[in-house]
Design a protein around this ligand. Structure first.
Ligand SMILES: [Mn+2]
Length: 332
């Protein structure tokens, strides 16, 4: 296929195609605590492999958030935490939406010792940890690249694949609002709508609907809202106790950080989520002025320029102090 892809990227797609064609019985994995793009990319890769006559198993470290259960084949993603017996090890694996190998988490237990990896991802901090790497950091979502790979492999885009791609684009662009919403994203989305995707229903299902735990957490998080002296940094925090008392699932904190980031005059919004006495997960979101991926990386995390994350092994007040100071330095 002669294409409109830049040649370096087309070479990566070609290498991925060869990797798939030359092998069989793949394990498809994504990052722990999977988001919409991770799940959609996993399922979309499954569609692609099935269409190419390949066998595969999809897996993730833990449970898939309930709100994505509507996606076809979602129920077949193996939840590693629920496996009692030792399953077969895989010699070929495809990692989607993982910036580095560590993000795959415990699912790596399913890799054979000499497992060859195809790494497909859009994070700017991607470490090229695969034998074959398809990395395009200006893709809005990993699922956008899987769509391109499907096109490159002449895989027809059926409604199942179309729903996966649309869901990943929708969730990673915050409903086609973030800066990663390129003309290409909108062209792909338009094509998917033409194929019969119900965009409004998918938006309602994945972006609008809130669980009772989610709204309970929002109530508590907003009560914690605080600012730096210059008001350019805002943050919210939820304690381990609050997470327990609201019965929150991991994904129920999604979006909380945006309340801090969206405040007029704020350049960086932060969410501090206390996992235990000595561990705090931090989400960083920026407007135009700061590259938060660099800040997250300084704490051993990673992500994108406008959205990143890291873990701090300290008490909640100490974590807040450390990260706010670092962000303050980056902004000055
Ligand atoms: Mn993504």
């Amino acid at each position: 296929m002669s294409s409109s892809f830049p040649s370096a990227y087309e070479e990566q797609l070609q290498a991925a195609k060869l990797f798939i064609e030359a092998n069989d019985h793949f394990l498809v994995v994504s990052h722990l605590n999977p988001d919409g793009d991770a799940i959609s990319s996993t399922l979309a890769m499954g569609c692609l492999l099935r269409c190419l006559g390949k066998s595969y198993v999809t897996a993730n470290e833990g449970p898939i958030p309930d709100k994505f259960a509507f996606l076809p084949e979602c129920g077949s993603i193996v939840d590693l935490s629920q496996l009692s017996s030792h399953p077969d090890r895989f010699a070929k694996a495809i990692a989607v939406d993982c910036a580095d190998r560590e993000r795959i988490g415990q699912t790596q237990q399913l890799f054979a010792a000499d497992c060859a990896l195809l790494n497909i991802d859009h994070h700017v901090t991607n470490t090229r940890f695969g034998e074959v790497n398809v990395v395009r950091s200006d893709a809005a979502a990993t699922v956008e690249m899987i769509y391109e790979l499907a096109r490159y492999c002449n895989v027809p885009i059926d409604l199942e694949l179309a729903n996966c791609v649309y869901t990943g684009l929708l969730t990673d662009t915050g409903g086609f609002r973030y800066a990663n919403t390129t003309p290409l994203v909108m062209r792909i989305a338009a094509e998917l709508l033409d194929l019969g995707v119900q965009g409004n229903a998918l938006a309602q299902q994945t972006l609008e609907t809130m669980s009772p735990a989610q709204i309970g957490l929002l109530q508590r998080a907003l009560a914690s809202l605080a600012f730096s002296a210059d008001k350019r940094i805002a943050w919210v925090a939820v304690t381990a106790e609050q997470l327990a008392e609201t019965g929150a699932a991991n994904e129920d904190t999604d979006g909380l950080v945006n309340y801090a980031r969206n405040i007029e005059g704020v350049d960086v919004g932060l969410l501090f989520k206390q996992k235990s006495e000595r561990e705090v997960k931090v989400s960083l979101r920026s407007s135009d002025h700061a590259d938060v991926s660099g800040i997250a990386q300084a704490f051993g995390g990673g992500g994108h320029a406008r959205a990143a994350g890291c873990s701090i092994y300290a008490s909640l007040p100490e974590a807040i102090e450390q990260v706010v100071r670092k962000v303050g330095t980056a902004l000055s």
